[in-house]
Design a protein around this ligand. Structure first.
Ligand code: NI
Length: 403
C-alpha cells in the first residue's frame, strides 16, 4: 500500500483495510499460480477449476461452465437488497513470456501479458472478503469470471446466458490493472472510457501484367494505395473534429516480383471511436471509398467488416461511486485521475450496454522495480501491491452500494 501518512487510520478505514491487507500474501500467491498456467480464450479450464475450487473451499455458491468456461459466484449479505455485479476476465495471450521470474509461464507460447491473472486474484480476494463479512452489506453480489476478453469475446455470450438476471443486476463494476498509470493511482471517468473496436479486410481485384506495360493492366497496388490514403480522410474530413476516432490500415500485401504488376492486393485495418452514434458510420463510409476508387480504375473488390466491441461507456452515478471510494483507498497526492481515456477496446462494454456500471483503471506500473512494460509486451508484469488495492475498492463499492 502506498501511503504518505503515518498517522493512525480512521476506524472505518482500518475495519475494511486490515483484513484485506492480511489477504495480500494470498493474493500474490494466487496471481502467481494463475500466471504460471495461462490459457487462451474459451480454453480457461485450469483457471476455471482453480476459481471453482477456491469458491467451493469458502462455501460460496457458484455456477460453472457459463459461455463454456465462465463462472458466476453469488454472495448474499445480511438481508435482501440491491444487486451489484463485479466482473473479472480470465484469459491470456498467445505471447512467449520473456520475464525471468520464478512464476514465469509454464505454457509455451502463452502468457498473462495483460494482467488478467491479477484480475482473477482480485475477484477471488473480493469474494473471500465478502463471504467473511456478509454482515457489512445488504443485498447480493455476483462475481462474474469471464472467458475470452482478448477475443473472440466472452462478455456477450455471458450476458446472453443470463448472468445479469435472476436476481437482476442493478449495476456492474470492473477494473483493469493499468501499466499506463503508476501504482497508487486510479483512472475513473464518467462516459466513454474505451473505444469501440471494428475491423475490416479488403481484397482488390485488378489485372496483372508486365511492369513495363502498365496500360495493359489494372494495377491493384495503385488502387490499394489510393484507398489507404482516402481512408485517412474519414477521420480528417468526415468525423466532427471534436470527436475522437482512428482508422488504421495495419496490413497491405500485394505483388510477387519487382517487374510484375500485381493482380490482387489485400489490406486490413482497425477502426476505433468513442461516440456510440458513430456505430455503422465507418462501415458505410469505408465501403463507399473502396467502391468508388475501385470503380474509377475498373477494379473490383471484396470487403468484410466486423463490429467487434462497442465503446466502454460508464454511468455517471456509478463512476462517482467508484471515484469517491477510490479516493478513500488511494492516498497518494495524485490519487484519482479523472480524465483517463484510451482508444483500446474491451468487451466489458457488453455488460455496460445491458446495465449501468463503471469500468476503471487501477495503476500498476512501478518503474523503480522495472515493472512498467506495456500491456501485451513479452516482458509485461505489474506491481502486485495493486492487488489488495483492487480488493479494497471493490469491497468498499459493495458496502456503499448495497447498504
Ligand atoms: Ni486486458
Amino acid at each position: 500500500m502506498v501511503s504518505t501518512s503515518l498517522s493512525p487510520l480512521p476506524v472505518d478505514v482500518s475495519r475494511i483495510r486490515s483484513p484485506i491487507q492480511e489477504l495480500q500474501p494470498q493474493l500474490v500467491a494466487w496471481r502467481r499460480q494463475l500466471h504460471q498456467r495461462p490459457e487462451l480464450g474459451f480454453r480457461e479450464l485450469l483457471t476455471a477449476e482453480f476459481v471453482s475450487q477456491k469458491l467451493t473451499e469458502w462455501g460460496i455458491e457458484h455456477q460453472t461452465g457459463i459461455a463454456q468456461t465462465g463462472i458466476v459466484a453469488t454472495i448474499s449479505g445480511r438481508q435482501p437488497g440491491r444487486v451489484l455485479a463485479i466482473r473479472a476476465d480470465m484469459d491470456a495471450l498467445p505471447i512467449q513470456e520473456e520475464n525471468d521470474v520464478p512464476y514465469r509461464s509454464l505454457h509455451d507460447g502463452q502468457m498473462h501479458a495483460c494482467g488478467h491473472d491479477g484480475h482473477v486474484a482480485i475477484a477471488l480476494g473480493t469474494a473471500y472478503y465478502l463471504s467473511q463479512h456478509r454482515q457489512n452489506f445488504a443485498g447480493t453480489v455476483k462475481i462474474v469470471f469471464q472467458p475470452a476478453e482478448e477475443g473472440p469475446g466472452g462478455a456477450k455470450p455471458m450476458v446472453e446466458a443470463g448472468v445479469l438476471t435472476n436476481p437482476d443486476v442493478e449495476a456492474i463494476i470492473g477494473l483493469h490493472l493499468w501499466n499506463n498509470l503508476p501504482l497508487g493511482t486510479v483512472g475513473v471517468r464518467s462516459g466513454a472510457l474505451m473505444a469501440a473496436v471494428e475491423s475490416f479486410r479488403c481484397t482488390i481485384f485488378g489485372q496483372g501484367g508486365h511492369g513495363a506495360m502498365p496500360h495493359q493492366t489494372i494495377d491493384s497496388i495503385v488502387v490499394g494505395s489510393q484507398i489507404v490514403n482516402a481512408l485517412q480522410a474519414i477521420v480528417a474530413r468526415n468525423v466532427d473534429p471534436l470527436e475522437s476516432a482512428v482508422v488504421s490500415v495495419g496490413e497491405f500485401h500485394a505483388g510477387t516480383a519487382l517487374n510484375v504488376i500485381a493482380d490482387t492486393a489485400k489490406l486490413s485495418g482497425t477502426v476505433r471511436y468513442f461516440n456510440p452514434n458513430l456505430a455503422g458510420y465507418f462501415a458505410r463510409r469505408i465501403e463507399q471509398i473502396v467502391a468508388g476508387i475501385c470503380q474509377s480504375h475498373g477494379a473490383s473488390y471484396e470487403l468484410n467488416y466486423w463490429h467487434l466491441y462497442p465503446p466502454v461507456i460508464n454511468d455517471p452515478q456509478i463512476a462517482e461511486l467508484v471515484r469517491s471510494v477510490a479516493s478513500d483507498v488511494i492516498e497518494t497526492p495524485v490519487g484519482v485521475v479523472p480524465e483517463c481515456q484510451t482508444m483500446g477496446g474491451e468487451d466489458m462494454s457488453f455488460f455496460l450496454e445491458a446495465v449501468p456500471g463503471c469500468y476503471f483503471f487501477l495503476g500498476s506500473a512501478n518503474p523503480s522495480k522495472n515493472l512498467a512494460y506495456p500491456h501485451h509486451h513479452p516482458r509485461f508484469d505489474f506491481d502486485e501491491t495493486a492487488l489488495s488495492m483492487g480488493v479494497e475498492i471493490f469491497a468498499r463499492c459493495v458496502e456503499k452500494f448495497c447498504h
